[in-house]
Structures are given as structure tokens and as C-alpha cells.
Design a protein around this ligand. Sequence first.
Ligand code: P6P
Length: 350
Amino acid sequence: MLNQTMDHAKINTIERHILDEQQSHPEATGILTSLLYDIALAGKVIASQTTRGGLVEILGKTGTTNIQGEEVMKLDELADRMIYRLNDHTGRLAVMASEEQEDILPVSPRYPVGKYVLLYDPLDGSSNIDYNVSIGTIFAIYKRTSTSGPGILADCLQRGRNLIAAGYLVYGASTMLVYTSGMGVHGFTLDPIVGEFLLTHPNIRIPEKPKYYSVNQGYEKFWSEGIRRFTKYLQGDEPDFQGQYCKGLSMRYIGSMVADFHRNLLGGGVFFYPADNKDPNFPHGKLRLCYEGAPLAFIVEQAGGTSSNGNQNLLDIQPESLHQRTPMFIGSRDLVEKAEEFIHTYDSRE
Ligand code: P6P
């Protein structure tokens, strides 16, 4: 069956692709390759559950809430536990940190300690699980900065510029894994029959001509003037500072950032979750710098796009705390830069 439908020369598994990339890094020891492969394995296990959600009685809530104060769904727990357990004993990591857990997760003293650091959002968009809307996993890989023993908080609070690799899985109509290790962005689609991620989107580049913008316009009343005017510009109702109007964008937003980001990466456009004043406890918006902003900013920059918190590139922000939030504008370079222009022009006066 496989021979009939695929030319062997075109079958490129994620392992083979990562090994090929590794050839370009003579100093590479293969540990990163194995780490990426472990994450792909976790993605397969999570995908096996998300695609059978309602059939394995795993839907529904656990009755607990996480560090973000969000209700924890059973699939959240499974994804969180799966990624941790597949990585805690391998000797590749010094420390992990999960968006679902308050503190860092140092490697247990009973296991060998490695040189990498893994931050992950095990199941982003999980509030959509019960509605069969695409959800995702995001991961970020750094080299430890501490010198020995189990990793520490400082290992996890690094600027995105230090990222060695980053990626996401999107559990949708198909399961995809998209990653970069600094040599372009590559997408793999899980063939559930073979049980392998096969290369389907080599060298992803965000299209020059954008098609979409993604934002929750239900919060418009909480936005600054700059954000409101930027959104009017995207709708073609407000000129930019050269008197030009934006044409032909469609608004697409499903409230699951990995899926919204993925659409803008492949189709061209901008995703943004701005600072707003709907919750005085969270003036910098809802999304987290370490688990969402930085890894996706690395990916989009490798694909020719860019990101910003409205003022500076997300990759240049030094995290002060593990779960700190950040306004996010991410996607086509021209649109992200327009957002900064509108904010600088209208909001710096506030
Ligand atoms: P809102 C999901 O809970 C999430 O963290 C992101 O995946 C998504 O983009 C955002 O929150 C949706 O938030 O406030 O628009 O419902």
C-alpha cells in the first residue's frame, strides 16, 4: 500500500529529517535529535486521545484548576503527564517547565541530568476540547545556563533569542508537527496508519501577501485607541500613515492559538491578543511569554515573519517570571510593524 501510494524517495520521517539537519551541525551530538523525537512520540500519544476524545470518556473536566486559574480538562492532565514522563528519565534534560504547573520541574536525582531545558504548553486551547475544535501543544528548547546538577529557574527564564529549537503540534483534521531548530521551519503530518510523522511542508515561509487577521473582537471595548485603529486598518476602514488602505483580509478566530497561528503561518496574516483592561489583574493580556510567545516568535521569524508585544520583538524580552503574560502580535512582518506604528502613534499619548 505504501509503495503504491508513495515514492520511497519522498518518504521523509521526522527522525530522518532531524538527522539530516544534524549533519549540518558537526558539533551536534544527536541529543537534540532524540529530544525532538521524544516530543514527536508524546504528540502521537496525545493525538491518539484527542482524536478519540468522546470515545474514551476522557472528555470533561477534572474539577481542578491550574496555575492560570483555568479549569483543567482531563486531556490537559494526560498531555502534561505524557510529555513529562517521556522526558524525565532520558538524561537529555536538566529541567522542564509546564504551563500547567506553577513551578519548574527539575529532573529527579534518580535520573541523569542533561544539557537541555524543555518548556511546554501541553494542550493549548483546551477549553475547546468539548467542542471538537483543533487544539495544540507548544514546546521550547534551550541549553541550560547553569553548570551542573538539576536545572534551576534561571535555566527556564531565558530570552527567546537563546532558543535552540521550538515547535508545536496541532491536533486538527490531521495531526501536524511544525518545528524549527534555526534552519527553517518544517511541517510533518502524522500518518495514523504508519504511525509516523512524514514531511509534508518543508521550508515553510509565511506568504508575503496576507489573507487573514485573527483576534477576539468581542473584547474591542477593552482595547486602547491604537489597537482599535489598527483593527480598523485591517478591516480596510482606516488608512495607514502613508494614506494606504489594507485590502482583502478575512477575520478568522477560533480561540485556539496554535490553530489560529498555524493558519496565519501557512496562509499569511497576523494573530494578535493585545493588552486590554478587561481584567486589572492581567493588564498584559492572556498569553504567556515563555510557553506561547517566545517559541512561536522563533518559528515565525524563521519563516520570514516577525512578532512584537507592541513595542519590541517577543524574542528580545527577558522573562522575569515563569508565567508572565505578554501582549502578542505575530505573523506577517508588514502587519506586525503596522500594529507597532498604530500603538506608538495613538497609545504613547495615553
Ligand atoms: P479568548 C486558549 O485558552 C488560549 O490560551 C489560546 O489558545 C487562545 O488564543 C486564547 O486563549 C483565547 O482566549 O480570551 O479569546 O477566549
